[in-house]
Design a protein. Structure first.
Length: 170
C-alpha cells in the first residue's frame, strides 16, 4: 500500500515485448493510500506493474498480518478494492461508448479534480503528465493525443505551462 507519493499501475500486452512497438494499458494514476499487488495476498499472480511518478513511500502487508486486522481495517481494504473495480468498469464503459477526444477531455477533467489547483479562470493539473501516459490511459496513440490536445488548445479549452496542463473554465 502506498503511504505517500503518486504512481500508476499498468498491464503489458501479452502479445508483445515492451519495446518501441509494445503496448501497455495504464489503469489509473494513484494517490497515497492505494493498494497494489493485492492479488498476491490470495495466491494469484500479480498482472499489474506499479510505477512511481513521484517519490513514494510504501507499506508492505504480509498475508499473515491480515488475520489480525480489525473489522474497520478490513472494510477499508474492501472499499479500496471496490473503488479500483469501479475505475476499471468506468474505463471499459468509456472505451466502448466514448470517442477518443471525449476520453482525453474526460481524463484531463478527472485529473484536474483529483490533482488540480483552482484559479479564477482555470484549473492547473499539478501532476506532470505526458501525452504518452494519457494515450496509455485512454487506449490510443500518442500522436492521436497530441492532435486532440492541439485541437482543445485551438478551441481555448486548454493550454500548457511546462508539463502541466491548464484547463480553462468555460
Amino acid at each position: 500500500m502506498t503511504y505517500s507519493g503518486l504512481g500508476d499501475t499498468y498491464i503489458l500486452s501479452p502479445l508483445k515485448d515492451m519495446t518501441e512497438d509494445g503496448q501497455k494499458k495504464i489503469f489509473n494514476i494513484f494517490e497515497p493510500r492505494i493498494m497494489f499487488g493485492e492479488s498476491n495476498l490470495v495466491g494469484f499472480p500479480n498482472l499489474l506493474t506499479f510505477t512511481c511518478l513521484t517519490p513514494v513511500k510504501v507499506v508492505a502487508i504480509r498475508k499473515q498480518d491480515i488475520y489480525n486486522w480489525d473489522k474497520q481495517m478490513l472494510f477499508t481494504i474492501i472499499h479500496i478494492l471496490l473503488c479500483k473495480l469501479r475505475t476499471v468498469g468506468n474505463q471499459l464503459t468509456n472505451q466502448i461508448f466514448d470517442n477518443v477526444e471525449d476520453r482525453i477531455e474526460n481524463l484531463l477533467f478527472e485529473l484536474a479534480k483529483l490533482y488540480g489547483k483552482s484559479h479564477s479562470e482555470s484549473l492547473t493539473i499539478e501532476v506532470p503528465i505526458t501525452h504518452q501516459v494519457i494515450a496509455d490511459i485512454v487506449g490510443t496513440s500518442r500522436v492521436r493525443v497530441s492532435q486532440s490536445i492541439a485541437k482543445m488548445t485551438r478551441e481555448g479549452k486548454l493550454s500548457m505551462n511546462g508539463k502541466k496542463f491548464i484547463i480553462h473554465k468555460q
